[in-house]
Ligand binder design. Structure first.
Ligand code: F6P
Length: 280
């Protein structure tokens, strides 16, 4: 696990450099979800692939930017799913973006997720690593990631980050989101999953939602690369992650690019979601 974390750290430093200097013109390539890939996406994907290929314990990798998983080492036992540059369309407007990693044991399913990591490329570069029940925050300082603190969620937060297109939401979902605002929750939503969830984690709690809706019944966010890694982080930080009715890490994955509706939050907000979705 130590070698994997070090490979992620090296990748993050190289990706940050690419973000800072790279001409971010769009490439002609499309990823498996049909989105036009940024040069930066492709570059970040290759950086991570290269760094992980040096780690003998990594058996297979799966990237949000690649159609199929890639075998690296038959003798390895970790399966790593990653989104190399999540929210990359925000780079041109200079909002924060991130890389997300899920480290699975033996196969790509939620119940085998052992550790998760994400990196936020913002005004500062921060890394969060969740493993063996604790969530640790690191800050990039002069080329090295320095430990800052453990992250713990409160029972209840003040942030509401509602994803998706409102016109397609179920009426009960809209009513629930409105009721959080009516109770004083503040809107915080940049359109980048990594900084939006990072904010909830570091400000002690709240709710991030990306529901199933009429335009996207299974939501938008991908299970292996986005939803499961953050679910583990929220659970280890004392919060919860559900799809509306069940724990996301208990969900099955038929295809590596499957998506899932998702709600990440501290305990109070998730109890509200379970109540609303349980009745509808
Ligand atoms: O999956 C990519 C992503 O940019 C996430 O980082 C983010 O949470 C989500 O899409 C935003 O989607 P939308 O623009 O539909 O709110």
């Amino acid at each position: 696990m130590k070698e994997i974390l070090e490979a992620i750290e090296r990748s993050a430093i190289r990706i940050k450099r690419a973000i800072d200097v790279k001409d971010i013109g769009y490439s002609q390539e499309q990823n498996s979800s049909g989105e036009t890939q940024l040069q930066l996406d492709i570059q970040s994907d290759l950086i991570i692939e290269e760094e992980l290929s040096h780690v003998a314990s990594v058996h297979t990798i799966a990237s949000e930017e690649k159609e199929l998983p890639m075998l690296l080492n038959e003798a390895g036992h970790y399966f790593i799913a990653f989104d190399p540059l999540d929210g990359s369309s925000l780079v041109d407007v200079n909002l924060s973006v991130g890389s997300i990693f899920g480290i699975y044991e033996g196969e790509f399913i939620g119940s085998k997720l052992l550790a998760s990591c994400y990196v936020v490329y913002g005004p500062r570069v921060e890394l969060v690593f969740a493993y063996e029940g604790t969530v640790k925050l690191y800050l990039l300082q002069e080329g090295e990631f320095e430990y800052v603190k453990e992250i713990h969620l409160g029972e209840k937060g003040k942030i509401n980050a509602p994803g998706g297109t409102q016109q397609f939401w179920a009426p009960y979902h809209k009513a629930m989101i409105d009721s959080f605002f009516a109770q004083g929750y503040r809107l915080r939503y940049s359109g980048g999953m990594v900084p939006d969830l990072h904010q909830i984690l570091l400000k002690g709690g709240g709710l991030f939602s990306y529901p199933g809706a009429t335009d996207k019944p299974e939501g938008k966010l991908r299970q292996l690369f986005e939803v499961f890694p953050f679910a583990l982080i929220f659970e280890m930080a004392g919060g919860q992650a559900i799809d509306g009715t069940i724990r996301v890490l208990d969900k099955n994955t038929a295809h590596i690019h499957d998506t899932s509706p998702c709600f990440f939050g501290s305990k109070h907000e998730i109890t509200v979601v379970l109540d609303v979705y349980g009745r509808n």
